[in-house]
Design a binder for this molecule. Structure first.
Ligand code: SAM
Length: 310
């Protein structure tokens, strides 16, 4: 584990953004190692409540007794796309005071070679956040159509060399299955020139495959929509993203949900059903230079905050 394993990103702005009331109900949709959850609980009084969710069984198993034994806290194994169902089962839909989504992978997921997320560590090419469901990256790579692979590398990895990489993968898999992280990293490195000494040429390929395998953007879209319904009026939604694709999606979602529909713009009154559901709270927040120095994961983090308006 790296030293950043337990350091929650943008902690102070998140706590401020959630505008924590000591008897409020909060949701941490991405528990990870509980960095943010712990800090939220510390701010809650006796009657406050925190429901945390993670799809990774290792994250669930990591929660210490100090958290799991706390009567104000509940940890649920599940997907954030299922937020509505998870809350409805607890009679809490529409009553939440604040929701945090700290997206992407956790440091332990990246650091453990066996999870297959890292091109720097040799391990089975898996990349599933929930290893009990879905398809491992190696199985997916063995069957994906070359054109689909090009599209995914372009869209999810913003990879300019998508065609060359997809060709190299398809050629390599015809010789032998690609089952190890380092094997995939080597295939990419052989065809993509290293432009930047600091960024490994396989970075974008791994990001793209991880996003596809875990349906990360589909999960995010569903989670954003469910979050708006889950909040009570005045409740806060805080989303931390780690790459431009995610951030764009969050930005557009919040912008669209905070605008009056075109047909009512400029009108003196708008029917309730058409009132904007969110109000933007400030602009995107990035980590300070000192936070980035202490925790490199914070480098690309962007926090966006919105408040439920109706
Ligand atoms: C960046 S980490 C969160 C770190 C956490 N805030 C902390 O301070 O320890 C993201 C976590 O969210 C989980 N996760 C990502 N996408 C998810 C989803 N769609 N549903 C449920 N959990 C998800 C991952 O398994 C991972 O543990």
């Amino acid at each position: 584990m790296t030293s950043s394993a337990h350091v929650p990103v943008l902690l102070e702005p998140v706590l401020e953004g959630l505008d924590i009331r000591d008897d409020g109900l909060y949701v941490d949709g991405t528990f990870g190692r509980g960095g943010h959850s712990r800090a939220i609980l510390d701010r809650l009084g006796e009657n406050g409540r925190l429901i945390a969710i993670d799809r990774d069984p290792a994250a669930i198993a990591s929660a210490p007794e100090r958290l799991t034994g706390d009567p104000r806290f509940e940890l649920v194994r599940g997907e954030i796309a299922q937020l509505g169902r998870i809350l409805a089962a607890r009679n809490a839909d529409g009553q939440v005071d604040g929701i945090l989504l700290d997206l992407g992978v956790s440091s332990p997921q990246l650091d453990e070679a066996e999870r297959g997320f890292s091109f720097l560590r040799d391990g089975p090419l898996d990349m599933r956040m929930d290893p009990d469901h879905g398809e491992a990256a190696s199985d997916w790579l063995a069957r994906v159509d070359e054109r689909d692979l090009v599209r995914i590398l372009r869209q999810y990895g913003e990879e300019r060399e998508a065609r060359r990489i997809a060709r190299a993968i398809v050629t390599a898999r015809a010789r032998a299955p690609i089952t190890r992280t380092t094997a995939l990293a080597d295939i990419v490195e052989a065809v993509v020139p290293r432009r930047d000494r600091k960024i490994h040429p396989a970075t974008r390929t791994f990001q793209a495959i991880r996003i596809a395998i875990n349906d990360e953007l589909g999960q995010l879209e569903a989670a954003l929509a469910a979050s708006v319904d889950a909040l009570r009026r005045g409740g806060r939604l805080c989303v931390i993203s780690f790459h431009s694709l995610e951030d764009r999606l969050v930005k557009r979602f919040m912008r669209d949900a905070s605008r009056e529909p075109a047909q009512f713009r400029g009108m003196p009154s708008i029917p309730d059903a058409y009132r904007p559901k969110l109000r933007l709270v400030g602009k995107a927040i990035a980590a300070s230079a000192s936070e980035v120095e202490a925790n490199v994961r914070a480098r690309s983090a962007r926090l966006r905050i919105a408040e439920k308006a109706v």
